[in-house]
Design a protein around this ligand. Structure first.
Ligand SMILES: NC(=O)c1ccc[n+]([C@@H]2O[C@H](COP(=O)([O-])OP(=O)(O)OC[C@H]3O[C@@H](n4cnc5c(N)ncnc54)[C@H](OP(=O)(O)O)[C@@H]3O)[C@@H](O)[C@H]2O)c1
Length: 327
């Protein structure tokens, strides 16, 4: 496992880290025993950074991570998120009182007195135009409730706006072979300001693992069933917003590009790591075998230029038209 600087936090984090949404819920049934095994496997493989949120299973994901920290001696840094428990989910809700209450709950779930990294959880665009939101986060840092803060965004423009606030240290954004726009505009600015970048949905919700087919079935409580068209939250969070059949066709073409010794998930993850601006990819994994396979991407050699160019061509031909300007 290789490590990269997480922006200006002073931390070096594993370039393949762990996305802890699925172990909380919304991905069909999960078993806490298996989730704990997956978390332990991640640490065994050198992962020292975990991304979670208060809403992932309403505290379930955070509590499993607290248990992991009790059971391990290694330093494990945890990024959590706040805001998605607001109902209705409005910019007004991102105020000092609500944020403080959400953070107190996360502190309890994670069994700690200070959160390592707190991210606003894809707030409405308007929240980025309210300096008082970021002022409230500054005060939470002063009070010692959080060490650093960042944002998780839906759109490139939200990321560009967020990093105008001087104490925003990280941006979490969807970035994968189906989502190239962050690399066009945002990465250059982020590097200039030494912002840590967490590349989320790196496997396009499993599509890029190469295992899904037209016949794949998903449980009714799996967002790949219930949020296909953005019924519950932003459509971009499910399969990266790519139409399922289009995604399958693109994956079939990518299969021909696999360098020797790579599996499909490793190819998708290594592609992300080719971008120096990215701090880490945070693939979700529910099983130890998935985690082990994903972590090994860090030790795979760089992708050949021809493969990078071929991916760009597949993107231009199959994905760009429908997707590029949406986020
Ligand atoms: N708004 C936000 O801030 C936000 C939104 C989305 C995600 N995130 C974060 O980003 C993380 C990653 O994104 P994601 O979980 O949505 O999607 P992802 O990492 O693109 O896909 C994860 C899914 O792919 C499958 N998978 C993983 N490794 C595999 C392997 N080696 N072989 C085959 N299948 C594999 C697993 O599903 P199955 O085994 O069930 O197929 C897994 O749950 C989340 O866990 C969360 O921490 C944040």
């Amino acid at each position: 496992m290789h490590y990269r600087d997480l922006g200006r936090t002073g931390w070096k984090v594993s370039e393949i880290s762990f996305g802890a949404w699925a172990i909380g819920g919304s991905w069909g049934s999960v078993d806490d025993g298996e989730s704990m095994a997956a978390l332990h496997k991640a640490v065994d493989c050198g992962v020292n950074f975990i991304d979670t949120a208060d809403v992932y299973g309403m505290g379930r994901s955070e509590r499993l991570i607290a248990r992991l920290k009790r059971e391990r001696t290694e330093q494990i840094l945890v990024a959590t998120k706040a805001g998605r428990r607001l109902s209705p989910h409005t910019a007004d809700g991102y105020n000092a009182q609500n944020l403080t209450a959400f953070i107190e709950d996360s502190l309890r779930n994670l069994a700690t007195d200070s959160l390592d990294l707190l991210q606003l959880h894809c707030p409405p665009t308007d929240a980025y135009y309210r300096p008082e939101v970021f002022g409230a986060l500054d005060r939470l840092v002063e009070q010692g409730k959080i060490r650093h803060y960042g944002v998780s965004v839906e759109r490139v423009e939200e990321a560009l706006k967020a990093i105008e606030y001087p104490n925003v240290k990280t941006v979490q954004i969807i970035f994968n072979v189906f989502r190239l726009r962050p690399a066009c505009l945002f990465f250059e600015q982020a590097v200039r300001k030494r912002i840590g970048i967490l590349a989320r949905v790196p496997l396009a919700s499993g599509l890029l693992s190469g295992k899904l087919t037209r016949q794949s079935q998903f449980a009714s409580d799996d967002h790949r069933q219930f949020n296909r068209h953005g019924e519950a939250f932003d459509a971009g969070e499910t399969f990266s917003g790519v139409a399922y059949e289009t995604g399958l066709a693109a994956v079939e073409e990518m299969r021909n590009l696999l360098p020797a010794g790579f599996t499909m998930p490793q190819f998708a993850l290594r592609w992300i790591l080719m971008f120096d601006a990215v701090t880490c990819a945070i693939p979700g994994g529910k099983r130890p075998s998935q985690v082990e396979e994903n972590c090994a991407a860090s030790d795979r050699p760089p992708l050949p230029e021809e493969a990078m160019a071929a991916i760009r061509r597949i993107y231009d031909e199959k994905i760009r038209g429908d997707l590029h300007q949406r986020w």
